[in-house]
Write a protein that binds this ligand. Structure first.
Ligand code: DAH
Length: 339
């Protein structure tokens, strides 16, 4: 019995020293585990005289219950403390202002694309989108770029099979629209195009915007009138266009379209290399052969077409000197185009 009192005393003293869960674990092993001090008391019953065994057993049980009670209370107190410490630690000050992430803005290419669409939508154009994987027929042959024709070399093509390719321009969109058989036509075909080409002003992937009008009595004047509106809206109210003869297999006649230099206003500067003009796009009157390839009667109908390089317009308008900058997704660069 005296042994029990000593154990109670040391149990209380030891428990008072426990400060963390590791110490509590050690304490449990020392007293409450199977080989612990309290359990050993039970073993002591063997050496107790028969008549005292009952009282001894009761006393041991009392100690056990008492010990477990103290232990549980201590554990509860420690758990509570740990929880409070966690609460303190994880306190969130809901009154703090949120970290600013800044508002995003549209990519310059998206802005230019939207601007171009706005201008032509105002003239009644609709939007058509064709596939990025095209066949030889739509991308070349029916656009009057015949097999072995040297103009096929104008565009370095990514071939996928003998017949399939990544479209080299948005012009196959013209064929797809004319194939629908609905006249008149007034469409814009925006999209990504692909060529095996890469330097400061070329990229293997870039974007174009094709324009096609097919109706009765369409002439080059209509083309120039529309493009005048386009350059005024995109560059400046004073901007004018100039058509220069050129060659594209799908147009006849074909023109290269220049705009008055928006840096010097036409006087001549480093941007326009002293000419006062900057080339912005290609176009022309749809070649009769292309109309006929799409079963459109070229005696009754005529068409105009043009192809705009979106990156080129963005570079000219914003003074960007390397096309790659438009694809790098450098936030600091893109932030400058906040509308
Ligand atoms: N497809 C031409 C190119 O990728 C651009 C072009 C020129 C489109 C004249 C036209 C056009 O529709 O009439 O370089």
């Amino acid at each position: 019995m005296t042994n029990m009192d000593t154990i109670r005393a040391s149990y209380e003293a030891d428990l008072a020293l426990v400060e963390d869960s590791k110490m509590l674990g050690d304490f449990w092993t020392k007293y409450l585990s199977k080989s612990g001090e309290i359990q050993k008391l039970m073993g002591g019953i063997k050496s107790v005289p028969k008549e005292e065994k009952k009282a001894y057993g009761q006393a041991v049980n009392e100690v056990k219950t008492w010990a477990q009670g103290l232990y549980d209370a201590k554990k509860e107190e420690m758990d509570k403390k740990a929880m409070m410490a966690r609460y303190d630690d994880e306190t969130i000050d809901v009154t703090l202002p949120a970290a600013s992430t800044g508002a995003g803005n549209l990519h310059p290419l998206t802005c230019i694309k939207n601007e171009i669409i706005d201008v032509f939508a105002g003239m009644g154009f609709e939007i058509f989108e064709g596939p990025e994987i095209e066949d030889d027929d739509h991308n070349f042959t029916r656009l009057n770029v015949l097999k072995d024709h040297p103009s096929r070399d104008m565009q370095d093509t990514f071939w996928l099979t003998e017949d399939l390719l990544l479209r080299t321009h948005t012009s196959p969109g013209q064929i797809r629209v004319m194939d629908k058989g609905e006249l008149p036509i007034k469409v814009l075909v925006p999209g990504k195009v692909f060529r095996s080409d890469s330097d400061a002003t070329h990229s293997p992937m870039f974007s174009q915007m094709e324009g096609l009008v097919v109706d009765k009595h369409i002439t080059l004047c209509d083309l120039q009138g529309m493009l005048d509106q386009f350059v005024k809206a995109l560059f400046s109210d004073e901007a004018k266009t100039r058509l220069r003869p050129s060659y594209f297999p799908f147009t006849e006649p074909s023109v290269e379209v220049d705009v008055t230099c928006f840096k010097c206003g036409g006087k001549g500067c480093s941007l326009c290399k002293g000419t006062g003009w900057i080339e912005v796009l290609g176009g022309g009157i749809v070649n009769n052969r292309v109309l006929e390839n799409c079963n459109i009667d070229s005696n009754e109908y005529s068409g105009l077409a043009f192809g705009i390089g979106i990156e080129r317009i963005a570079m000219l308008k914003y003074g960007i000197n390397h096309m790659g900058k438009l694809f790098e997704n450098d936030i600091e660069f893109l932030k400058q185009f906040k509308a």
